[in-house]
Design a protein. Structure first.
Length: 459
């Protein structure tokens, strides 16, 4: 067998985000194949064999790659619409357009979403796709293929909706699936694409959309399906006050109690948003180790509110960061969520004590890995973990006068990414993607956005 190839990174500040928050002002990381072999202070060990590349990372901070825990890739081609709406009004305004997506559009939108995250330091992406119009093609295959081509580690949360307008839901009738079709298609997606191995590049989760677009039976049977197949569960929860009211009117209980009644709390579950949570809700999430995908920019864009992230963390709830769909977070960049999570949470009850820079970085790395069920594999820089990491350039005008590199990364302007590695493979070099043609992706997304707009206008 060929000897394992090593890449040596030296002279960098390093934030490992391990259990002790170990940091090195001047240290090294050695990659051996797709694993991290060593991390430490000073120069790399002497006598390393088969070193194919040495990177002088002076002026850089090395961190684990960012982990995105909630997104809707298809929304890349409907950005900038319904910009002054709350969640329910925004959904009503956009569902008629989303209900006309097809495979070509979804692949282009996935490429755009993935490209923006990858060039900004995300090494693990996630997509919650729940719109499957009849006759639209192989949407799941298109999304998985886009992630594979980009070289990003990926979780597809195969979503579903079976509560349409005629049943009191929000999506048009022709944009939903039947209960049986949704379950069958979800199982087929898991069978085709899920990889349970340690270094898996693609995993699948079972993900009915939300309490107000899904029947109780789909929630219950979706949970049973996920646990029979051994995959994780994902949905939206407690995002707005309107959702709270909806759940009480329809089910006679709040969202968290409803989730528990349908089997949707547990260490294999994570929820997007969780903005409107009382003490009892947080206790239930902590007791069951149910995870949360915190999406601060989207929550602000839709005026949903401020999630109680400090209280969740204090109670022991696993929390990661999410971009959310780019129709409610037009930048589509996860690294800006580090800053926004810190700033927005300081507007809440805990004020300046809500979050600090290192807690924000942990949310975006190890916290995300916990939420996706991959904390033993990614999320921190430790020997034996997968070689997913980012080199942030902090010696330019934007950051050079900030002495602490983690503070510079979180509080400062969006830092340039000099290099990003996924599974030991470099996918970003000097701020540009090295796996796909960014300009071609931009053209494709523009063309598909215009095509969708024309089709939607024709009704």
């Amino acid at each position: 067998m060929a000897a394992v190839q090593r890449i040596v990174i030296e002279n960098a500040a390093i934030a490992t985000v391990d259990a002790q928050d170990t940091e090195h002002a001047d240290g090294h990381v050695v990659l051996a194949g797709n694993r991290i072999e060593s991390v430490g202070a000073g120069r790399s060990p002497e006598g390393l064999e088969n070193v194919v590349r040495r990177i002088d990372a002076a002026g850089h901070l090395v961190t684990p790659g960012l982990v995105n825990t909630h997104h809707h890739f298809y929304q890349w081609i409907t950005r900038g619409l319904a910009t002054d709406h709350n969640l329910f009004d925004w959904l009503v305004a956009l569902y008629p357009t989303w209900a006309r997506i097809d495979e070509r559009m979804v692949r282009a939108a996935a490429q755009g979403s993935l490209a923006m995250m990858a060039r900004g330091g995300a090494t693990t992406a996630m997509d919650h796709h729940y719109v499957f119009p009849r006759g639209s093609g192989d949407l799941s295959g298109a999304i998985v293929g886009a992630a594979r081509d980009m070289g990003v580690r990926f979780t597809l949360a195969r979503g579903s909706m079976d509560r349409s307008e005629k049943d009191g839901g929000l999506p048009p009738d022709f944009a939903v699936e039947t209960l049986d079709d949704a379950l069958a298609a979800t199982e087929e997606t898991v069978t085709r694409h899920h990889d349970a191995s340690f270094d898996a590049m693609t995993q699948i989760a079972v993900a009915p959309c939300s309490p107000f677009s899904v029947s109780t039976e789909l929630m219950r049977q979706g949970a049973e399906l996920a646990r029979r197949l051994g995959v994780r569960l994902h949905t939206h929860g407690s995002e707005t006050v309107e959702e709270e009211k909806f759940c009480h009117e329809l089910f006679g209980m709040g969202p968290t109690d409803y989730f528990e009644s349908t089997g949707w709390l547990g260490e294999d579950v994570w929820m997007a948003h969780c903005v409107h949570m009382n003490d009892s809700d947080i206790d239930a999430f902590a007791r069951t180790r149910t995870g949360v995908a915190h999406c601060p920019s989207s929550n602000a864009r839709l005026a949903a509110g401020i999630a109680r992230v400090p209280d969740m963390l204090a109670a022991g709830v696993p929390v990661g960061l999410g971009v959310d769909g780019t129709a409610s977070n037009e930048s589509g960049e996860l690294h800006t969520e580090l800053r926004n999570a810190l700033l927005i949470n300081r507007l809440g009850a805990h004020r300046e004590a809500a979050l600090n820079a290192r807690q924000a970085l942990r949310l975006g790395t190890f916290g995300g890995a916990q939420v996706l069920g991959r904390a033993t594999q990614i999320g921190s820089l430790e020997p034996g973990k997968l070689a997913d990491l980012v080199l942030w350039k902090l010696d330019t005008l934007a950051h050079a006068s900030i002495a602490d590199p983690v503070t510079a990364l979180v509080f400062g302007a969006a830092a340039p990414v000099t290099a990003s590695f996924v599974n030991g493979r470099q996918i970003v070099e000097n701020g540009r993607l090295s796996t796909v043609d960014e300009d071609a992706v931009a053209r494709s997304t523009r063309e598909e956005a215009r095509r969708l707009a024309r089709i939607a206008a024709q009704g």
